[in-house]
Design a binder for this molecule. Sequence first.
Ligand code: NAD
Length: 352
Amino acid sequence: MKNPNANLSLVPFVSVENMMRLILEIGVETCMVEIAAYIEEDFRRWPSFDKTPRVASHSDEGVIELMPTSDGIDYGFKYVNGHPKNMKDGLQTVTAFGLLASVDTGYPVLLTEMTILTAMRTAATSAVATKYLARKGSKTLAMVGNGAQSEFQALALKSICGIDNLRLYDTDPAATEKCIANLQAAGMSITACTTPEEAVIGADVITTCTADKQYATILTDNMVGAGVHINAIGGDCPGKTELHKDILLRSDIFVEYPPQTRIEGEIQQLEDDHPVRELWQVMTGASDGRTDDRQITLFDGVGFAIEDFSALRWLRDKIAKTDKWQHLDMIADPDDPRDLFGMIERERARSN
Ligand code: NAD
């Protein structure tokens, strides 16, 4: 097998096709279980990372963001967009690509599609949060918003948290039908619901993953009973939320990186000093998670750079044992490092 990093000027690249081949070989649930383990490992060493709220460029229609982080050995970033209006034009709401580089040389060591990888890492993160925060023995998930992320969310909660009962709701019934068709072999009991109120009946866990660039109210206070765990995933931009403020006031709120979540998450509806706990501290035992069965726990998930870094690390390790990548001639690397100009001249001589 070729070593992906044998020649530093040739960058290993994972195309969409190779990502799909890799997932088909490993299995999507196994991929997410493995990515979740990388996320847990990185969350447990949270203080060793460079952290910054992502750099966002907003427009009327959406947002384009860069998400960088480093642990001092590797540096990673993701380019990601969020354009809720794209769906009606036949385009994805969220697309992404990402890069991992060596801090030692600054040379990239991996470039990859990240639209699919983001769906897996987002679902893995929800599952890790659910594992730590939901009531033990939780079995039923209400999935509100049945778009691109939804099957990944359901399968990660199945394989990591033991959820086997799925209640689906989307304002567009075609999205729910698509989700049911995609999950028919998943071994879950699935119910299509016609209202969000119906979807949350008997749910131990509620995941909201809708796309709308506004302060939406996907869940109202009366829909959330004692003991429920909520993953609020779709509200991830200023002016884009999913939960009624009263739910937040009744919940214990857990976040990834407070300086980013205060700008982008559900908690943008609250005062700046409203108490929240950090998920990584729950994992290390530095902070309480769920302390009783009647508590409402809310994971206000906006997606943080360390989750992408974990997914990139997983992918780099994974492709080293496969042929699911190709070399990209992306780094100009003349034999004499000072003679960049001469490299062009030598190419002229070669091509004449
Ligand atoms: P998508 O456009 O494929 O799906 C969104 C679905 O929500 C659609 O099927 C739409 O019909 C449905 N919807 C819209 N309003 C609704 C409502 N009021 N009630 C029920 N359903 C409703 O988008 P996606 O790729 O699945 O992403 C969903 C959301 O998750 C987006 O807002 C995206 O920005 C966000 N997201 C967050 C993270 C994170 O890390 N937190 C990662 C990826 C995506």
